[in-house]
Ligand binder design. Structure first.
Ligand SMILES: Cc1cc2nc3c(=O)[nH]c(=O)nc-3n(C[C@H](O)[C@H](O)[C@H](O)COP(=O)(O)OP(=O)(O)OC[C@H]3O[C@@H](n4cnc5c(N)ncnc54)[C@H](O)[C@@H]3O)c2cc1C
Length: 431
């Protein structure tokens, strides 16, 4: 059996147990039907329950089957767009609101862990270190940290020099970095399963292996059809992120995001010497290349992730490229075996910001986290419900007055390869 055809995820082997799945096999009524059982959909269900509504979540596969069960578990306040760019292209006030939203998102995860009793999801506020791969990147990181401090009074960021970053990571590959204390790590699949358990416990319904095949209107109701049942609901939320092209039911949002494959590998358990010299503070770490890589400890193993697998499917060469990158940054791991490899789809948008809005009076959408969505999807899942109920939650630049399709969407696959190649070229020449 080929390992690439059957990748092995460390998260699936170590997650909290999943309850036996229930498939929709009947007609069910709901106040809000949610398509997608990732962080967005599950947080939306929890918010709906808080607002006195009865939610039903429909998941095509299993809870956390999408990016929510496959990611690196780096929880941070980060957007893919820098706040100084937002201030430059918009204004200071909107940059301030976006900064607040990033921090609210991180707080939302911490609150979920505490209030929903998901301590077993291994959340720890370890901090995140962004490591600069060259001087230009360090200058940009420092400028961004100064902007956050001077404009928004953010004291969670500390600039580190090359020696400090070497001590922090165990790698001599970086020229400096910025440490953010408002960040942490989590076991992603356990977090998803913990959220699902809370939805169950609070009276929400979740149906797995229940792909929504069609979405129709019936008077003032929406009817979602699966292979063996249907949900009749007042409101519908589409929360399918990088997996928005599985069926026609999510067609209106499909063209707003470009699915981009992101991959992870995990080492065998490291010996005591490597464990004490690599990442001794147990934070999460990301680097500044456009084709970003990130790493963190998980138990006694090292996890390493990156955007490298450009195709629709996993490829052996993409995992090999990731392993080479790991061993370039950490030559001391030259003889260390890689035991786990897996990947998933993130959803990129044209302006690198998520998209949250309503399609019509009964349908909302929240997606497009650009690969940094653990915290943001948790917050947006909650806020989109408020938006759908007619409130005005602060969504900053994330709120859209409808889905914004990407021009020339049909060219997305060659476009992804071209953009990825261009980014690799810029990284290689140090720009
Ligand atoms: C390898 C990888 C590493 C990442 N690392 C990080 C990280 O370290 N930090 C970070 O912040 N973010 C990270 N991310 C991004 C983060 O995981 C996502 O932004 C987040 O999980 C999005 O959650 P979601 O609920 O919106 O989407 P998803 O979790 O992708 O869920 C969408 C769900 O919709 C379901 N679905 C689709 N169509 C239908 C249908 N018709 N009917 C029913 N269900 C349907 C799918 O089965 C899927 O389960 C990473 C992502 C990947 C893939």
């Amino acid at each position: 059996m080929n390992e690439i055809e059957h990748p092995r995820s460390l998260w699936r082997e170590t997650a909290l147990p999943a309850p036996a799945p229930v498939m929709l096999s009947d007609a069910v009524n709901a106040d809000i039907a949610i398509i997608g059982g990732g962080y967005t959909g599950l947080n939306a269900a929890l918010r709906a329950i808080e607002r006195g509504l009865h939610p039903v979540v429909l998941e095509a596969a299993e809870i956390g089957w999408g990016a929510s069960g496959r990611n690196g578990g780096v929880v941070s306040t980060k957007f893919r767009v820098s706040l100084s760019d937002i201030a430059r292209h918009h204004d200071l006030e909107i940059a301030r609101r976006m900064h607040r939203i990033g921090h609210d998102a991180m707080d939302c995860v911490e609150r979920n862990i505490e209030e929903l009793g998901i301590a077993d999801a291994g959340f720890a506020r370890t901090g995140n270190l962004r490591c600069a791969h060259n001087d230009l990147a360090q200058t940009r990181l420092v400028a961004e940290a100064e902007t956050a401090r001077d404009m928004f009074g953010d004291t969670s960021l500390t600039v580190l020099g090359a020696d400090q970053v070497r001590e922090e990571t165990g790698s001599a590959d970086f020229v400096g970095g910025v440490l953010s204390t408002h960040a942490g790590v989590i076991h992603p699949l356990s977090y998803a399963r913990g959220l699902a358990a809370a939805v169950h416990a609070d009276g929400g319904k979740i149906f797995e292996h229940s792909a929504v095949l069609a979405r129709n209107k019936d008077g003032d109701r929406a009817v979602l059809t699966t292979a063996q049942g249907e949900v009749i609901a007042r409101h519908v939320l589409i929360a399918t992120n990088g997996y928005s092209d599985i069926t026609a039911a999510t067609a209106p949002v499909r063209g707003t995001v470009i699915p981009f494959r992101s991959a992870m590998i995990a080492t065998e358990p490291l010996g005591p010497k490597l464990r004490t010299t690599l990442m001794p503070h147990g934070r999460s770490y990301s680097e500044t290349r456009r084709m970003m890589r990130w790493f963190r400890p998980a138990g006694d193993r090292m996890l390493f992730g990156g955007r490298g697998a450009f195709g629709r499917e996993d490829s052996a060469s993409a995992f090999q490229a990731l392993e080479r990158a790991l061993k370039n940054i950490f030559p001391q791991l030259a003889g260390t075996a890689i035991t786990h490899r897996w990947s998933g789809l993130v959803a990129m948008t044209m302006d690198s910001l998520p998209q949250v809005g309503v399609l019509d009076e009964r349908t909302g959408f929240a997606l497009g986290y650009n690969g940094a969505g653990i915290a943001l999807s948790s917050l947006m899942g909650s806020r989109v419900v408020d938006l759908m109920l007619g409130d005005k939650p602060d969504l900053g630049l994330i709120e859209r007055d409808g889905p914004k399709p990407i021009p020339f969407y049909f060219l997305r696959e060659p476009a992804v390869r071209t953009v990825a190649g261009w980014y690799q070229f810029l990284d290689a020449i140090g720009r």
